[in-house]
Design a protein around this ligand. Structure first.
Ligand code: PGA
Length: 258
């Protein structure tokens, strides 16, 4: 049975000390779930070192929220793959909606980061999602196909098993987000799956859903075909609540697999 993927991006929340407390609690609470759930947390850069000292035996996989594609250079304020390699991380998150829409990153930039992350041994978690305007224009699937085809361009088939995709509609994310309906998520995940199968026919790249996931909608989301896990923001930022959410969806995930 495939493990359920459950993760959270802490965004610009939690100091290093708060991240340490959170991870220590989450690690203890989820101890019995190791073989059933692949759990990951993506803290802020300054919290990464403490985070990796807190987590034992990869009980929780850790990731960075962003990465510059070059190993070093005149890029003030950026963090390189070599710097992240020293921190014992597994994942680099690339193209989160806030990177694309607040910091104006392009698909071509996300692509360079994906290729560099893979070359440096990380799992590249590529986030894709359409804006409210694109949805209203009926071009969601075209936008997703473009983000995937450009974002994953040049990925060697032998590296593609280190790709995860998160579908995060921009209009569904954050405090002002409107949760996506399960029907809408099913349709978009089917369309993402078609593109990924076209790109990498031999692989089943995991596709997570994210955007206002909460205890009210998590069950109907996880049972949808082609939803391999949930990528949660606010609803996962207290260890007890995240643990409860994981336990809420795990039986449904397991039933879907059987
Ligand atoms: P949210 O964040 O669950 O708080 O909407 C999701 C995300 O940005 O990944």
């Amino acid at each position: 049975m495939k493990p359920l993927l459950m993760g959270t991006n802490l965004k610009m929340y939690k100091t290093a000390a708060q991240t340490q407390d959170y991870l220590a609690a989450l690690q203890t609470l989820t101890q019995d779930l190791r073989s059933d759930v692949t759990l990951f947390v993506i803290p802020s850069y300054p919290a990464l070192e403490r985070a990796s000292n807190t987590v034992k035996d990869k009980a929780i996989l850790l990731g960075a929220q962003n990465m510059h594609p070059e190993e070093q250079g005149q890029f003030t304020g950026e963090v390189s793959p070599l710097m992240l390699q020293e921190l014992n991380l597994d994942i680099v998150e690339i193209g989160h909606s806030e990177r694309r829409h607040v910091f104006h990153e392009t698909d071509e930039q996300e692509n360079r980061k994906v290729l560099s992350a893979l070359d440096h041994g990380f799992t590249a978690l590529l986030c894709v999602g359409e804006t409210a305007e694109q949805k209203a224009s009926g071009i969601s699937d075209e936008v997703l196909a473009m983000q995937l085809k450009i974002g994953l361009s040049g990925v060697k088939p032998e590296q593609a098993d280190h790709i995860w995709v998160a579908y995060e509609p921009v209009w569904a994310i954050g405090v002002n987000g409107v949760p996506a309906s399960a029907d809408y998520v099913r349709e978009r995940h089917a369309s993402i799956r078609r593109v990924l199968t076209q790109l990498f026919p031999a692989l089943e790249i995991p596709v997570l859903y994210g955007g206002s996931v909460n205890p009210q909608n998590a069950e109907e989301l996880i049972v949808q075909p082609n939803v391999d896990g949930l990528f949660t923001g606010r609803a996962a930022w207290e260890a007890e609540k995240f643990n409860a959410l994981i336990r809420q969806v795990l039986p449904l995930w397991q039933r879907k697999q059987s």
